[in-house]
Design a protein around this ligand. Structure first.
Ligand code: PHE
Length: 341
């Protein structure tokens, strides 16, 4: 037994760096006259009840020596150019490693983050499981607002005030509660809504929401910021359009469309022949929300927006079924290798 341990540590510490030491290794551990071979000869002298275990250990030792030898041999041959004395061609391109690809949703989230981070927004993250205050009440949702309905929100059974966030606006509340203006944040994250799963909708999706609070922030500031974003994301030719809308936490509110990047505005299936596709909701933060979060609405104003990442990814990569993003089919995911940074 001691011998086995000794030989094992000799194998482990044996340095092979050229053809000569490789041969020494072979003679010492793998030849007919090696110590390992003589251990095989010993097996018959071992007491019957220990024989099987001893035999196994010697076998393992021989396998280990053989594996190390194979590895050393490959390395020595690689360096010496298959046993010739030629100098290896160091300009030859390296063998390509088969690396994975990033998920398209992560690619898009990072891209959105980068665009906003470059103009001074910083990203904040927070819990998927939230309370009623941060998702609804602080955001000025009336007590009987339909979004609180069981139809839309996943509640945690035992605690009706605990729920899965339906938007990352909850992080805007958390930020306003803890930071003083000026505030410039984006809130990327996963959100949950109790919706039927179809090619266009899913019960889980991702958002990046944004918030800017300072003195004298105007609707024009918001429009310019969002136009800048759309052009960075979809190219300088893209046009935007704001349609009046309603959200409890913004006043006035709008939805923003971009000119359809598939038909260029002429009309196709994706834009339902309108030439426009909606990508985000936005508006000026309602003074009630500022006050709920301890910010003086007489002094400060701001804008907020929230965009759906799946929708944008479908537009950018021209995929027509949102479910593809959640099925983890490698044939789909591998197509994003080129976009993986
Ligand atoms: N929170 C809204 C949603 O999830 C989006 C939004 C954010 C709208 C900020 C306006 C301002 O649909």
């Amino acid at each position: 037994m001691n011998n086995i341990d000794k030989i094992r540590s000799e194998i482990e510490s044996f340095q092979v760096d050229n053809a000569e030491t490789l041969e020494q290794f072979r003679l010492r551990f793998l030849s007919k006259k090696s110590e390992i071979q003589s251990l095989f000869g010993e097996i018959k002298n071992i007491a019957q009840e220990n024989r099987k275990e001893f035999g196994q250990l010697v076998n393992d030792l021989r396998d280990m020596a053989q594996e190390n030898y194979n590895r050393f041999k490959a390395a020595v041959e690689a360096v010496s150019g298959n046993n010739t004395t030629e100098i290896p061609d160091i300009t030859r391109p390296a063998a390509r490693l088969n690396v994975g690809s990033m998920h398209p949703i992560s690619i898009m989230m990072n891209e959105v983050r980068q665009i906003f981070e470059e103009i001074g927004f910083s990203a904040v993250e927070g819990p998927d499981i939230e309370d009623d205050w941060h998702v609804f009440t602080a955001l000025n949702f009336a007590e009987e607002h339909p979004a609180r309905d069981m139809q839309d929100t996943f509640f945690i059974k035992l605690r009706p005030d605990v729920l899965l966030r339906t938007h990352t606006s909850s992080l805007q509340v958390r930020t306003m509660e803890t930071q003083k203006p000026p505030i410039r944040v984006i809130c990327p994250g996963r959100v949950f809504r109790n919706e039927a799963i179809t090619s266009r909708a899913h019960c889980i999706f991702h958002q990046v929401e944004g918030l800017y609070i300072a003195e004298n922030v105007s609707f024009a500031d918001m429009k310019q910021t969002l136009l800048y974003f759309a052009q960075r994301m979809f190219g300088d030719d893209v046009r935007i359009r704001l349609r009046p809308s309603y959200f409890p936490f913004t006043e006035p509110s709008a939805e923003m469309d971009i000119s359809c990047n598939i038909c260029g505005g002429a009309g196709c299936n994706l834009c339902k022949h309108t030439g426009w596709v909606e990508i985000l909701g936005c508006g000026m933060v309602d003074p009630n929300v500022l006050e709920n979060c301890g910010i003086d609405s007489g002094k400060y104003s701001g804008f907020a927006f929230g965009l759906g990442i799946e929708r944008m990814t479908m537009l950018k990569y021209r995929t027509n079924d949102i479910r593809l993003y959640f099925e983890n089919d490698v044939r789909f995911l591998q197509q994003f290798k080129a976009a993986t940074k």
